[in-house]
Design a protein around this ligand. Structure first.
Ligand code: C2E
Ligand code: MG
Ligand code: MG
Ligand code: MG
Length: 286
């Protein structure tokens, strides 16, 4: 009986594995095609200055709307793109399109904003990444100060290379932010050696900050650390007013999340820009 079950279990497991790798192969093929056909677009999520209640920038978030499979989450295709190396052409497309779009908004006369673009570990270890980014900035005519790169702590597995690359990017004039901060490898003690401008506190600490003393303590520790080191902090995943109240009380200066806005299509983000112009009166709208 046990043997029987074991065999069935094994067969079941094997079938599952095959199904999974088949799905993977299919998706990898579709991803390859999608990159050639430029089947992607970018949504832009506002970043807010919490004391002035003012728009300060936006994060570029890649979207894939497959003609038959529908919308596929980046949480599904980005890891696959990383494993297969397809993140290099895809990431390059996002960088170019994001910089181009930001420059376009500046040329239309909107107050210049910093665009944040996610860079995966695989891109950071690509030998030509610095030259590539410089090339994209020149091509799109975007000043480097209006580009921020979001990297996760996973890049510090190869700390020597990470520091070298981040330093070279900063020498270009580009800003660096540590995404999902608090979930990875960084220890507080060596953050001071890293060439970074901003710590982006992971959404998992913000989610229950108003209900969980430990989460609040972690956020407070990050805020203290960043004040000491003179670097910026932004909270991600701010969804409700109570979370915002705690963040403000603790002195967090920037936020991003559904409370302010969901990620918006470029058309909707431009409407949002017009709204914020109306609110602040910076640009005349015809
Ligand atoms: P991330 O960079 O940490 O981006 C934040 C994610 O949280 C985004 O998910 C965003 O839509 C979502 N989000 C924003 N505000 C809220 C909120 O208030 N509540 C909740 N529950 N979620 C919120 P998204 O767009 O699905 O992206 C997931 C991840 O995929 C990103 O996490 C990033 O790691 C990766 N990704 C997205 N676009 C790119 C890209 O162009 N390049 C690379 N390398 N990775 C990307
Ligand atoms: Mg990010
Ligand atoms: Mg994040
Ligand atoms: Mg993330």
């Amino acid at each position: 009986f046990v043997k029987e079950r074991g065999r069935n279990g094994y067969a079941f497991f094997e079938a599952k594995m095959e199904e999974k790798s088949l799905e993977r192969i299919l998706l990898e093929n579709e991803l390859r095609k999608a990159i050639q056909l430029e089947q992607f677009h970018i949504d832009y999520q506002p970043k807010i200055d919490l004391s002035k209640n003012k728009l300060i920038g936006m994060e570029a978030l890649v979207r894939w709307n497959h003609p038959e499979l529908g919308k596929i989450s980046p949480n599904k295709f980005i890891p696959l793109a990383e494993e297969t190396g397809l993140i290099l052409p895809l990431g390059e497309w996002v960088l170019r399109r994001g910089c181009e779009q930001n420059k376009e908004w500046q040329d239309k006369g909107y107050t210049p904003l910093k665009i944040s673009i996610n860079l995966s570990a695989r891109q950071i270890s690509y030998p030509d990444i610095v030259r590539k980014i410089e090339e994209i900035l020149i091509e799109t005519k975007l000043e480097p100060e209006w580009l921020e790169l979001e990297v996760t702590e996973s890049i510090f597995v190869n700390i020597e290379n990470a520091i070298t690359v981040l330093q070279q990017l900063r020498d270009l004039g580009v800003h660096i932010s540590i995404d999902d901060f608090g979930t990875g490898y960084s220890s507080f003690s060596y953050i001071k050696h890293l060439p970074v401008d901003t710590l982006k506190i992971d959404a998992s600490f913000i989610r229950d900050i108003h209900q969980n003393k430990e989460s609040q303590a972690i956020v407070q520790a990050v805020l203290t650390l960043s004040q000491t080191l003179g670097i910026n902090v932004i909270a991600e995943g701010v969804e409700n007013q109570r979370q915002l109240d705690v963040l403000r009380e603790d002195g967090c200066s920037q936020g991003q999340g559904f409370l302010f806005s969901k990620p918006l299509s470029s058309q909707d983000f431009e409407e949002y820009l017009k709204e914020s112009v109306r609110a602040t009166g910076i640009k005349e709208i015809d």
